[in-house]
Design a protein around this ligand. Sequence first.
Ligand code: HEM
Ligand SMILES: [Ca+2]
Ligand SMILES: [Ca+2]
Length: 299
Amino acid sequence: DDLQLDYYSQSCPKAEDIIKQEVTNLYDKHGNTAVSWVRNLFHDCMVKSCDASLLLETVGGIQSEKASQRSFGMRNFKYINTIKSALEKECPPTVSCADIVALSAREGVVMLGGPQIQMKTGRRDSKESYAVVVEDYLPNHNDSISLVLSRFQSIGIDAEGTVAILGAHSVGRVHCINLVDRLYPTVDPSLDPEYADYLKGRCPTPNPDRTAVLYARNDRETPMILDNMYYKNLLGHKGLLIVDQQLTSDPTTSPFVQQFAADNGYFHDQFAKAVLLLSENNPLTGDQGEIRKDCRFVN
Ligand code: HEM
Ligand SMILES: [Ca+2]
Ligand SMILES: [Ca+2]
């Protein structure tokens, strides 16, 4: 059993339209939901499988991935329920939460001015959350380039794809807690000094309260557009995270940074390819897993 295009064409023909409509409505009310759908795809699919393991709550022996360190800053989970409810109204319980994660990311990318992605469907939902192993799959903000490349390689994304998919950091925000090590006690020499001053203004103390909402936008120029400004920023030494800025200093990745910075269309093509690979990582199909009635809980 494999994923297929328009898997719900018989069982719930309006499913994809409903998801698109709900993502659009949510974007109109809370624009940053689109950003969240993109990050959700990474945090779900990278951890074992695109199986909505990310969405389970801590309850009855389950320890939620959402509560892990790596999920810091993730938001808008409650609006997944809005999308799921609309689908349950039309055809209960048919459309998996894993496919909601995938298709909401696809539509989120479009809302943010990114490329169209031909995503397949037919994923089923896990009965487990993998909180204890999240860190074995998801890199940290200050991990080395070789570790980052090997994590993506393990799901079939090559160096060019890795540089492309990190272009997701062309939208959204980073909390000060993930930045202060590059600002205090001394400024990371790979940061543009004026930009570092701006970031220090956003993050005025070396020890930000983890619960405070101090943050900087990933991309100051076009914070809500999934474009190649990210790469232009990297070339200008305005990468926010260490994993971002490293892409320009490593000889395997820096040629791709140059190419994407020069050609937004080419970036979009490679971004679409890499996101598609991510969305197809090790899905549950056939009689594996289940179709959750509520994305937060196993049935
Ligand atoms: C080496 C890999 C990656 C690392 C270490 C990483 C790390 C991070 C960190 C630390 C943040 C900021 C969290 C916060 O402080 O609120 C962030 C934000 C974000 N990441 Fe990544 N990320 C990686 C790859 C990806 C990929 C592949 C995608 C999607 C395809 C992605 C999408 C996002 C988005 C959209 C945001 C903004 C979230 C928001 O504004 O709510 N990231 N990432
Ligand atoms: Ca998963
Ligand atoms: Ca941007």
